[in-house]
Ligand binder design. Structure first.
Ligand code: NAP
Length: 281
């Protein structure tokens, strides 16, 4: 079997078309969708992500504004900016680019974003809503993975799903979304024994660990759906996922590449959350 490759760029373009139509509908009612992107410090990777997110947003008719603060900004200083953006009616979505420099209490910053403007879906209230099966904003990467599964025609209800990684950003909300969609979910982490056996039993594998090719191709159940969230850099500087791609693609039913799989979907789902924030305002 050779897997169908799920093209994240293509699906992201479809999502962006939908977002553009929705921003136009809002514009016709006099509403300009506003997104505030906050970057603290000068981490080069974060700067690249922020640039890409604001560019995407503007292409979809969203008024994206950058707020750049120096690395030595205090917790109080960042909280003051978040409060100011929270009170600004022109701003429908607030995104604080992570990771923040080490001296910040990141959880407190996220908790200070008004939940109805938390378009990254990381506020405890929004995560709690996902846990209740009544999401308002879903964390962008897991939401993107669900879109990719849908695009690939993968039946989630009744499937056996294994999620590798239990971060608040990816693994935990991913497991909740799959459970909400009636999959039977196993959430694996660094202490999980028998990882290979668990993966081998799965109809759906979501790898979100951050270890190059941890998931071996031979583990994949023939016909399984494999979504690779991992972004790792090889010795040659090239991006590598958490899945041994070629060997897995020879067995899987559908698979996402790295790059060009989940990454573009994460960005697209941020835009979807932002237009939703404006629609709900
Ligand atoms: P994270 O916070 O570092 O979490 C990694 C998770 O993997 C943890 O739960 C950890 O277990 C688990 N883990 C570590 N070693 C393991 C092993 N040998 N076997 C099984 N589980 C293991 O990372 P993250 O933020 O979730 O990100 C995960 C990966 O996705 C990274 O490569 C990141 O760059 C990528 N990512 C990509 C996108 C995208 O848009 N494509 C978005 C976000 C993240 P413990 O909990 O036990 O420590």
């Amino acid at each position: 079997m050779t897997a169908q490759v799920l093209d994240g760029k293509l699906v992201a373009a479809l999502v962006k078309d939908e977002v553009r139509a929705r921003t136009q509908a809002l514009a016709s009612r006099g509403v300009t969708v506003g997104l505030a992107v906050v970057l603290v410090g000068d981490d080069p990777a974060s700067a690249v992500y922020v640039k890409a997110k604001t560019k995407d947003a503007r292409e979809c008719g969203i008024d994206a504004t950058d707020h750049r603060l120096p690395a030595d900004t205090s917790q109080a200083g960042l909280l003051a900016l978040v409060a100011q953006l929270g009170a600004d009616p022109r701003v429908h979505g607030i995104l604080v680019q992570l990771p923040l420099p080490k001296h910040f209490d990141t959880d407190a910053i996220i908790a200070a974003i008004p939940p109805h403007k938390d378009v990254d879906g990381l506020h405890p209230e929004n995560l709690g809503r996902v846990a209740q099966g009544k999401p308002r904003f879903t964390a962008c990467t897991p939401a993107g993975c669900m879109r990719l599964l849908a695009h690939g025609g993968v039946t989630v209800a009744g499937a056996s799903a294994v999620v590798l990684g239990r971060s608040v950003l990816v693994g935990k909300p991913m497991a909740l979304l799959l459970a909400n969609a009636d999959a039977t979910v196993t959430l694996c982490h660094s202490k999980t024994r028998d990882l290979a056996e668990r993966v081998a039993a799965a109809d759906i594998v979501i790898a979100a660990v951050g270890r190059s090719e941890l998931v071996r191709g031979a583990w994949i159940k023939p016909g399984a759906a494999v979504i690779d969230v991992g972004i790792n850099r090889g010795a040659d500087g090239k991006l590598i996922g958490d899945v041994e791609y070629a060997a897995a693609a020879a067995r899987a039913g559908v698979i996402t590449p790295v790059p060009g799989g989940v990454g573009p979907m994460t960005r697209a789902c941020l835009l979807e959350n932002t237009v939703r924030a404006a629609e709900l305002a």
